[in-house]
Design a protein around this ligand. Structure first.
Ligand SMILES: [Zn+2]
Length: 319
């Protein structure tokens, strides 16, 4: 078990601190890395550029770390447990990045969580402790990661069965709105962060129709719960799919207003985005090229199938 503890080091400086405890590091010296890319967004990203400080200790003594390339660190051999503490600058409001300020925290795992070379199949624990300061009193956690032990606001311990899983659960932490609906008896949640005046009841009703159609198309629902995470901005549009959630960047005007029953072009655009990302639950996340299953995200993986990943978009039949 490798354990990652996330701390909200400085909202003003946009810094997360992560403490990674490796119980059985490689006796020849442990290699750790940040991914080169994030699944679903097919470009090499320099996530490691945002690592500001990094240090390691074992048995109370500092351990030498060498950065060997843009995203990889070699740590000197140690006996016993190894603890790596590092800070990450998070100031990019995008569905593939991490963002932390006084209003909220949002992250994707590849931005924050170091891979432990050779131990990618080990389970991981993610601990998100409740921050102490008064300003965080109303904050809650929205994440679709399996729960180990959390409080009512979602702070506490989460578990994933591998490193690949750990980095496939983005999180929104703050004072978001939350709504729920069911599809085939499974819970679906919507977390909406940012200023908005949306009719979430209507949004749930429409999303439920879309999701049900897609489940019927595939004749199965491979998850027990699903989370739509919306970052609401003045002008934005984009999404990224994950194993049982999606992150969406949406324009405030695209959200449904209660008093209009018609589906506006803006709202239709938002529903189409949700529909597209939900469709990825099967198409790409589970029906995927063999090479994507064989390879991690440490190095880029080439495929000629992007046209089918992103080219087939389910129609929406809203009126
Ligand atoms: Zn897509």
């Amino acid at each position: 078990m490798n354990c990652y503890k996330l701390s909200f080091k400085s909202a003003q400086a946009h810094l997360f601190e992560i403490e990674l405890t490796i119980q059985q590091p490689d006796p020849n010296g442990q290699v750790v890395y940040l991914p080169a890319w994030i699944r679903g967004s097919y470009m090499v990203r320099d996530f490691a550029r945002n690592v500001i400080t990094i240090e390691a200790i074992s048995n109370g003594n500092p351990v030498i770390i060498d950065k060997v390339d843009k995203q990889t660190w070699q740590i000197a051999p140690v006996e016993g447990e190894l603890r790596i503490t590092y800070t990450v600058y998070a100031w990019e409001l995008s569905v593939r990045a991490a963002h932390f300020d006084t209003t909220h925290a949002y992250f994707n795992g590849p931005c924050l969580f170091l891979g432990v070379k050779g131990q990618e199949e080990n389970p991981c624990r993610l601990t998100i402790p409740r921050p102490n300061a008064d300003s965080y009193r109303e904050w809650r956690v929205a994440i679709a990661m399996p729960v180990e032990d959390i409080d009512v606001a979602g702070f506490g311990d989460y578990i994933s069965d591998s490193y690949e899983a750990l980095i496939d659960y983005p999180a929104e932490i703050g004072t978001f709105s939350m709504a729920e609906f069911e599809v085939k008896g499974r819970q679906h949640r919507i977390a909406v962060y940012g200023l908005h005046n949306a009719d979430l009841t209507r949004f749930c009703k429409d999303l439920q129709l879309i999701c049900s159609e897609e489940v019927d198309l595939f004749s199965e629902l491979p998850i027990n719960d699903y989370l739509f995470m919306l970052l609401v901005v003045g002008d934005g549009y984009g999404g990224l799919e994950h194993r049982n959630s999606t992150s969406l960047l949406v324009s405030r005007n695209d959200l449904p207003k209660g008093k209009h029953n018609k589906v506006s072009e803006d709202y239709r655009r938002l529903l189409a985005l949700c529909s597209h990302e939900y469709f990825h639950l099967w198409h790409v996340k589970r029906i995927t090229p063999e090479i994507f299953l064989q390879e991690g995200t440490e190095k880029e993986v080439h495929t000629r199938q992007l046209w089918i990943f992103e080219g087939i978009i389910p129609p929406i039949t809203m009126s």
